[in-house]
Design a protein around this ligand. Structure first.
Ligand code: NAG
Ligand code: NAG
Ligand code: NAG
Length: 503
């Protein structure tokens, strides 16, 4: 589904590289003089296996332009990011991500290369039977997974998701959140293209139900059909899909590809309400099931992400199944709206006014670096690759800084200790919420190096550890020293919601 077409990119990269080659070479020569001192400091602090990569890249970071032809020596100067699932089909490419350069490949012979810094996995293909083992401590694992737990449930359990240092999932907490992956832009939400005036919808009610349901994937983890079946006992629902089918689509729309057909949209747009039920109930797992009714000017009756209000265009733009104790109550509410035009239209006011009032949605859409079905924008796989490249580099640079910081801070703390000033309280919590002073991070999020430090510190006199921690925090390195893998975790309820409402 998401295979890449890189040929064009390759060609344009080549032209670019050729055109800039001489300019860049010149710049490198002049700038090298300026950066000499910095490089000397950094390399003198450095030890460990990263040496060739780091020093070279610190030297050339800003000036280097990736050549579009790779040679063995090119590859050995940059972190190698190896796709363990051959998602991109690329045998090898130097990619420029802002100021950072990484080598991306699907060629598994790089598994044991000492420059390999990250393995990239596509969630659907992630299998515990085939993993790049043994995993070295400088091997980051990165996960790209846009699907719900239905697709690969293993990834939704803590022991698995915490294997990854970098994640791109539907969760807003992942490092590259794909929460809005089914939304092209805010303009399509505001568009009135398919919207049918309420007066006409009221006329159509003579031959249409107030609610429409279109689902052909029956019995998914969310157990939506059980709910809709019960709902149908209390209110009329037109169901065009295979699940709970009671109404036929025109012949030419009876295939899965027709779901994006304008004529199909026109049928749905005639309804007042659409049952928008996700296949799994996960925080931030939101699909076209929500966005489609919003685009069409139909009120979604939504069952899915528990925190969906965080993403709705306005407070009053959807009816949430979770606010009703029983399908019968939901049916009663919809019947009320069906007969009260003013109340019904209050759910569409945001659209009629073209007013999206949710700052989170607006910001996320504005800052999103990738597009949906939009060839003028980056796609999310490229963005994912660069996110990992940048984070790998960030950690390489942080490790350098930490060497300096730790030794400076330790010296500072010991000095303070010997100065015999009595213990002093600072206003921070060691394992609570971040505050402006102290190490503001729960221990389980700390890197192993930090844990060792924190544990060591714990046995010291209190004031020494306080100074040490305050000193560290003043370097602002500590909040994300190394990757916080658990943050990329996904919270999903695997529970079926059947129990409870049936009397
Ligand atoms: C994979 O890389 C090795 C060098 O590491 C090279 O010899 C081999 O031809 C590559 N394979 C493919 C399919 O590109
Ligand atoms: C990456 O994740 C693994 C597994 O959680 C962890 O052991 C390792 O320390 C992490 N690497 C970094 C650089 O944080
Ligand atoms: C929803 O309402 C609350 C309080 O009434 C407000 O703080 C919030 O900003 C509103 N959200 C949107 C998306 O309008």
């Amino acid at each position: 589904m998401i295979r890449m077409r890189r040929k064009k990119l390759w060609a344009s990269c080549f032209c670019f590289a050729a055109a800039f080659f001489f300019v860049v070479t010149l710049q490198v020569i002049t700038e090298l003089g300026n950066s000499e001192n910095k490089v000397a400091v950094i390399s003198s602090l450095h030890s460990g296996p990263l040496k060739p990569v780091e020093i070279h890249a610190f030297q050339f970071k800003k000036q280097e332009f990736p050549s579009s032809f790779k040679t063995e020596s090119d590859v050995n100067q940059y972190p190698i990011l190896l796709w363990w699932s051959p998602l991109t089909g690329e045998t090898g490419r130097l990619g420029q991500c802002g100021e950072d350069v990484c080598f991306f490949t699907i060629n598994k012979t790089y598994q044991h290369n000492q420059m390999t810094r990250a393995f990239l996995f596509y969630g659907t293909d992630f299998s515990i039977d085939s993993l790049p083992l043994p995993r070295r401590d400088y091997h980051d694992w990165a996960l790209f997974h846009e699907e719900s737990p239905k697709n690969n449930y293993k990834l939704f359990h803590e022991p698995t998701i915490t294997l990854f240092n970098h994640t791109a999932t539907f969760s807003r907490h992942s490092h590259l959140p794909l929460t809005t992956q089914y939304l092209e832009g805010v303009e399509v939400l505001k568009s009135l293209r398919y919207m049918i005036p309420l007066q006409m919808k009221n006329n159509l009610r003579k031959r249409l139900a107030p609610l429409v349901y279109v689902q052909s994937d029956c019995n998914p983890p969310s157990d939506r059909d059980s709910y809709v079946r019960e709902l149908m006992c209390h209110i009329e629902v037109d169901s065009y899909g295979e699940c709970l089918h009671n109404r036929d689509l025109p012949q030419h729309l009876r295939n899965p590809t027709a779901m994006d057909d304008g004529n199909f949209y026109k049928i749905l747009a005639q309804y007042k309400f659409i049952l928008a039920f996700e296949n799994a109930i996960c925080e931030d797992y939101i699909t076209e099931k929500l966005w489609r009714p919003l685009k069409l000017g139909v009120v979604p009756v939504y069952f899915g992400s528990p925190s969906i209000v965080d993403w709705l265009p306005s407070n009053k733009s959807a009816i949430l199944v979770s606010s009703f104790s029983h399908p019968r109550e939901l049916a009663r509410y919809i019947k009320m709206l069906d007969t009260n035009d003013q109340e019904y239209e209050s759910y569409l006011r945001w659209k009629l006014k073209g007013d999206i009032s949710n700052p989170r949605l607006l910001t996320v859409m504005k800052e999103r670096k990738w597009g949906v079905q939009d060839i003028t924008q980056e796609n999310y796989i490229d963005t994912f690759e660069c996110m990992v490249c940048n984070r790998v580099w960030e950690n390489i640079r942080r490790k350098e800084k930490v060497h300096v910081t730790l030794s400076l801070c330790l010296r500072e703390a010991l000095k303070w200790h010997w100065a015999q000033i009595g213990p002093r309280k600072f206003g921070y919590q060691i394992s609570g919420q971040p505050t402006t002073t102290g190490i503001a991070m729960p221990l389980q999020h700390a890197s192993s190096r930090q844990k060792v430090l924190a544990e060591g510190v714990g046995t010291w006199p209190e004031h020494v550890s306080l100074v040490l921690q305050q000193c560290l925090s003043s370097y602002t390195l500590t909040t994300e020293l190394v990757v916080i893998s658990a943050e990329g975790g996904l919270t999903c309820s695997g529970r079926r919601f059947l129990s409870g409402y049936r009397e």
